[in-house]
Design a protein around this ligand. Structure first.
Ligand code: HEM
Length: 183
């Protein structure tokens, strides 16, 4: 199925920007807690910051299911003809990697929390039912995986942003507009 419109649908645009804000906010809060706060010095404040990180980030799990369904049923606009075949492949691989991060980070984050004996709360409203109990062996795996994936995702998002700005200001094509406009 090909999309003949040069623009993403309104729904796809809204999902993109809402998830971008949530993802970047969760990333910054997680990074702040993981690298600038310690339980010894900051005590319960660190606990509150991690809780905020989780309550925001778990929403991605629900949104990504809707987003993947929407992406499957509403194909993306074509990339500009001015892009080389190699650049098109790189763009598709970059997008695929971003989708994988939208799945892998919340999943490893929940496994990280559960295996450490903590909940995975959503918007301070409810908790995702625990799929694993306290498990130090699993924790030793999912904790570094969550942290390394989060750094990888940080570089991917920076690359994605840089590519969008290059398309808009240097190539002067329709790529950024396809995610912001309808006409
Ligand atoms: C979009 C989803 C997510 C993103 C982008 C993300 C990003 C991050 C980042 C950047 C860090 C800091 C890494 C470091 O120490 O350098 C982190 C840590 C952490 N994340 Fe996530 N995360 C996400 C989802 C989740 C979820 C859903 C949970 C749990 C329900 C979670 C639990 C944690 C915990 C417990 C830490 C350790 C914080 C600390 O040690 O202070 N994350 N995350």
């Amino acid at each position: 199925m090909k999309n003949s419109s040069p623009y993403y649908t309104r729904t796809a645009q809204m999902l993109h920007w809402i998830m971008a804000i949530i993802f970047i906010a969760a990333w910054l809060i997680g990074f702040y807690s993981g690298n600038f706060l310690s339980y010894d010095v900051d005590g319960s404040f660190k606990g509150q910051v991690i809780s905020l990180h989780k309550n925001i980030a778990t929403t991605i799990i629900f949104l990504v299911v809707i987003r993947l369904f929407w992406r499957y049923t509403h194909p993306a606009p074509q990339l500009p003809d001015s892009m080389s075949a190699t650049m098109k492949v790189l763009a598709h691989l970059g997008h695929l990697a971003l989708y994988l991060m939208l799945l892998a980070l919340p999943i490893t984050g929940c496994l990280f929390s559960w295996s450490a004996g903590h909940p995975a709360p959503v918007l301070y409203l409810f908790e995702i039912p625990r799929l694993v109990q306290d498990n130090p062996e699993l924790l030793a795996i999912v904790k570094p995986v969550h942290i390394y994936l989060s750094w990888f995702a940080g570089f991917l998002v920076i690359g994605h942003l840089a590519a969008a700005l290059k398309h808009h200001f240097i190539d002067k094509d329709n790529v950024l507009k396809s995610m912001t406009r309808q006409k």
